[in-house]
Ligand binder design. Structure first.
Ligand SMILES: [Zn+2]
Length: 512
């Protein structure tokens, strides 16, 4: 007997043993049976039956890499991205000025999502632009990429940055060439800024998390993996609260940063949570090249990676450029040689510029890649204009990675790109930017391969393939229902597909 029967559907199970079906029966939060118009015998008087009228059922989408706090913050602070109608620095000034009128002097104004390439001035705003709009409020702008920020003069003073402040190990303070005065533009200093600028107050953050929850569910996401390198015990407690209060309805896997890993090693992280709803993932390590050389250096990276590997945990290394990906491979190879372990599933996050020989090396080491196809859609136009040709021809080489045997999963990296997986699927299949320009036509993959990146392979990237990622009896009843089948519509129509319903553990948590 079943609690819920979904019938008259196109079921793309993503299960090679049984790729397609028409019906799914659910009991006690799990999939009871998958069938072809033959499950009626399971219906009893309290069964809910939903006729899907030919709509498509997929395993619930899994976003294998996003940043929930930053996403929540972006939803409750000023949006100055191109989609908000901002197309010049004077527009940004207007928005900031308007915000300043509503806040007491001295209160931080935060705004995010700007991208200088879409501003008519074709440059980043600077402190003086922001001073003109809000001289009595500290202001922080966040670039769309999250890797650059702009502060006004009061903001710089409040956090103690002046002409005399030296550059840090990891970041760059942009300076006026003649006077040496900081311009307000800061590169690679996000972690530092989040330590010195007061966080959003609790009620604002909660409101942001509620909005993020709605956005995730309406995008068909039933699990996300939070990849923030600042994740620690304190952040784990926040996730526990949001889950307990029902503010967050997706299942969550929280990666740890290195500091969080040390707390975990000291035995300080204990939890009573149901692991299918909130679980610890691997350890996220950021390998950054903002200052022109790798940070951490190779020897330090080797040591960090080895310590996480020997603790039996999975390592997830953020690496964008070719040299960083090579260094990540070397550190992982060093650890695997020192203490071999089958099926370690260490990961490289983003893996943005990757020639074929490097793809082959990644595959031979058994490393998985978690990448972000939607970047091609939201930033493709910028890549074509600004990425040097030698790198451009290896940019997000999805087909090359897959052909070389790398297990590739996908994440949005939200708020850097929108959470909707259909944007990423469309981009992976069409290689088209929002402007319609194509970025590397030879790296197109099929819509089936793209769906695997957001379901089965995303589940595998966190050792969850026994629980989710395919539709088969015994798996969690996490399902995404779409208006059409992405594998049978023309490529351009993928963009128009709507999420009709999202089901987590047998409960309908979103309906269009
Ligand atoms: Zn990220």
């Amino acid at each position: 007997m079943t609690d819920l029967l979904l019938l008259n559907a196109v079921v793309l199970t993503m299960d090679e043993n049984r790729p397609r079906a028409q019906e799914v029966a659910i009991k006690d939060g799990r999939i009871l049976a998958v069938g072809e118009d033959d499950l009626k015998s399971l219906v009893h008087n309290s069964t809910e039956v939903i006729d899907l009228g030919g709509k498509t059922i997929l395993p619930g989408f899994i976003d294998a890499h996003l940043h929930l706090r930053a996403l929540a913050e972006s939803l409750v602070t000023l949006n100055i991205g191109p989609a908000s109608g901002v197309s010049s620095i004077s527009h940004i000034q207007e928005r900031i000025h308007h915000q300043a009128l509503t806040l007491p002097p001295g209160t931080w104004i935060r705004a995010g999502g700007y991208n200088e390439i879409y501003l008519s001035e074709k440059r980043d705003p600077n402190r003086w632009d922001l001073d003109a709009a809000a001289p009595h409020h500290p202001v922080k702008l966040t670039h769309r990429s999250g890797h650059a920020h702009v502060l006004n003069s009061l903001g710089l003073t409040n956090i103690g940055i002046s002409k005399e402040t030296p550059d840090s190990e990891t970041g760059i303070i942009d300076r006026d060439l003649e006077t040496g005065e900081p311009t307000g533009l800061l590169y690679g200093m996000g972690d530092f800024l989040s330590q010195v600028i007061p966080p959003l107050d609790e009620s604002q953050l909660d409101r942001g998390v509620k909005l993020a929850n709605q956005e995730l569910l309406s995008s068909g996401i039933t699990t996300f993996q939070d990849a923030s390198s600042r994740n620690d015990i304190e952040r784990w407690r926040s996730f526990e609260n949001w889950k307990r209060e029902g503010t967050l309805q997706c299942r969550v896997l929280m990666m740890l940063g290195f500091k969080g890993f040390e707390e975990y090693q000291a035995g300080r992280l204990t939890s009573q949570m149901d692991k299918s709803h909130l679980r610890l993932g691997g350890v996220k390590i950021v390998l950054d090249e903002t200052t022109g050389r790798l940070n951490p250096r190779q020897e330090d990276l080797n040591e960090i990676v080895l310590s996480v590997h020997q603790a039996g945990r999975q390592v997830a290394i953020h690496a964008i450029e070719e040299t960083a990906i090579e260094a990540a491979c070397s550190a992982l190879e060093h650890a695997i040689r020192a203490s071999p372990r089958p099926d370690h599933r260490h990961r490289i996050e983003h893996c943005s510029v990757c020639p074929e020989d490097l793809a082959a090396r990644i595959a031979s080491l058994g490393i998985a890649v978690v990448t972000n196809p939607a970047f091609l859609y939201v930033s493709g136009e910028r890549y074509l204009k600004t990425v040097p040709p030698r790198q451009l021809k290896h940019l997000y080489p999805l087909a090359t990675l897959i052909q070389n045997g790398v297990q590739v999963a996908a994440g949005s990296d939200a708020p850097v790109a929108p959470v909707n997986p259909l944007a990423g699927i469309y981009a992976a299949v069409s290689r088209k930017a929002e402007s319609g320009e194509v970025v590397l036509a030879n790296e197109k993959i099929t819509s089936y391969e793209a769906l695997r990146m957001y379901t089965m392979l995303a589940a595998r990237s966190s050792f969850d393939e026994n629980l989710k990622g395919i539709i088969a009896p015994g798996k969690l009843a996490d399902l995404t229902i779409l208006s059409a089948d992405p594998t049978s519509v023309p490529i351009e129509a993928i963009k128009e597909i709507r999420v009709e319903m999202t089901i987590v553990g047998g409960d309908v948590v979103y309906r269009h």
